[in-house]
Unconditional design. Structure first.
Length: 201
């Protein structure tokens, strides 16, 4: 697979139009989405904003509102910050896991491609997490798990195109990527608060 050429940055004022177009396509037509991105991978800054910031922000805001209704302002602000940081950091951790797995399986992934792969693969999880608006206990935690199978579907289409994993190694690599995503998304909400507590007391 040839190395991708970075996509041209959207014209000023069109960033969100491009963001929405890609979001709809990766959810509804993941195979076509990855095929389009295969030769024009967006730069990291474009993946981070608006894609990651907007979707993670929506997830965090939904968790904030859901918590505010049931537990009050103090708890809601805590959930807002924790949700944003854990999901944002989780995407980066998963990207590092993806490039490691791809390299071990003979892929030609770069960290830039892995970040795009991770950010777009978790889009279904972040979108579904908006139901955290519902002030019912555990909804915020359960919602991402319900979207995991679709995230796996998106990853399955993207592993070859974005990470350069081909042949008989691809199915095994996809299985490892799915396992890595489950671990990262499950452990990050527990690890980040523990790290913060250890650092800041």
């Amino acid at each position: 697979m040839s190395e991708s050429v970075p996509a041209k940055a959207p014209a000023p004022g069109r960033e969100f139009q491009t963001f929405l177009s890609r979001l709809v396509k990766v959810i509804l037509r993941p195979q076509a989405f990855w095929a389009d991105l295969g030769t024009t991978m967006p730069p990291v800054k474009e993946v981070v904003f608006p894609h990651m910031v907007v979707l993670v922000g929506m997830q965090a805001l939904a968790a904030f509102v859901g918590t505010l209704i049931g537990k009050g302002l103090g708890a809601a602000f805590g959930i807002l910050i924790t949700t944003f940081l854990t999901s944002f950091a989780g995407i980066w951790v998963f990207a590092f896991a993806a490039v490691t797995i791809a390299t071990a399986k003979g892929g030609n992934a770069t960290l830039e491609r892995a970040i795009a792969f991770a950010a777009y693969s978790v889009a279904p999880i972040l979108v579904v997490s908006v139901i955290g608006l519902i002030p019912v206990r555990y909804v915020t935690a359960i919602a991402p798990l319900l979207a995991m199978p679709f995230a796996f579907h998106v990853m399955g289409h993207g592993a070859t195109t974005a990470l350069g994993i081909h042949g008989e190694r691809a199915p095994h690599a996809v299985a490892q990527l799915c396992g890595a995503l489950v671990l990262v998304w499950t452990l990050m909400p527990m690890l980040l608060p523990a790290i913060a507590q250890a650092v800041f007391g």
